[in-house]
Design a protein around this ligand. Structure first.
Ligand code: TMP
Length: 209
């Protein structure tokens, strides 16, 4: 497995729970489809059969999960996902649209849970064969608005308090500030169409499509 063999483009969609990134991933996929671009759409965690089982534990386990266990479950999912699905697609020259990836791990497990961010990056680099996204969208929204968009029934992480999501949001914005070439912050407090226009305009430039 070697990132250098890749001809495709790896694009990730990030933000706090309820920011609307999954709908935007779908709209980006529709756009690529309409332009005849070869792509896959996937998600992290849960992009493989093994990953679906790990996702189920991560989102619905009812007992206490230690922060380190949580981190390694996300990384176990990623190792499988990168090897089984993402790298093969990239090496075939496809565009990969991925709902969450390493920036979520740094924002949630690093900024919000308080684990060491450099250690997370180092571990991620091991499990993902050094694979980093070429382009990342962060859909930025306040935790209050995001929470009002989530339904009554929340999963384990959605149910975290707004203080937690405030830290996650700050994490994403901090990461974007440090890497503005890769990470594009999109104001997600607007209507779905306006947000999608911004995403597609960036995709058009980046993919020349
Ligand atoms: P999703 O519902 O947007 O697919 O994300 C699943 C949850 O997992 C969401 O609350 C964010 C969280 N998460 C982490 O805490 N760390 C990670 O590395 C990833 C990928 C997601």
């Amino acid at each position: 497995m070697n990132r250098q063999d890749n001809k495709g483009i790896f694009i990730t969609f990030e933000g706090i729970d309820g920011c609307g990134k999954s709908s935007q991933t779908d709209l980006a996929a529709e756009y690529l489809e309409s332009r005849g671009i070869d792509f896959i759409k996937t998600r992290d965690p849960g992009g493989t059969a093994l990953g679906s089982k790990i996702r189920e534990i991560l989102l619905n386990y009812e007992g206490h999960i230690a922060s380190m266990s949580e981190l390694f479950l996300y990384l176990a999912d990623r190792a499988q996902h990168v090897e089984e699905k993402i790298l093969p697609a990239l090496s075939e020259g496809k565009v990969v649209l991925c709902d969450r990836y390493v920036d979520s791990t740094i924002a949630y497990q690093g900024y919000a849970r308080g684990l060491d961010k450099q250690q997370i990056l180092d571990l991620n680099s091991i499990v993902a064969y050094g694979l980093m996204p070429d382009l990342t969208f962060v859909f930025d929204i306040t935790p209050e608005v995001a929470c009002s968009r989530l339904g009554e029934k929340k999963d384990r992480l959605e149910a975290e308090c707004s203080e937690f999501h405030k830290k996650v949001r700050e994490g994403f914005l901090d990461l974007a500030g440090k890497d503005p070439g890769r990470i594009k912050v999109i104001d997600a407090g607007r209507g779905i169409g306006a947000i999608s226009e911004d995403v597609i305009s960036i995709l058009k430039t980046r993919l020349s499509c």
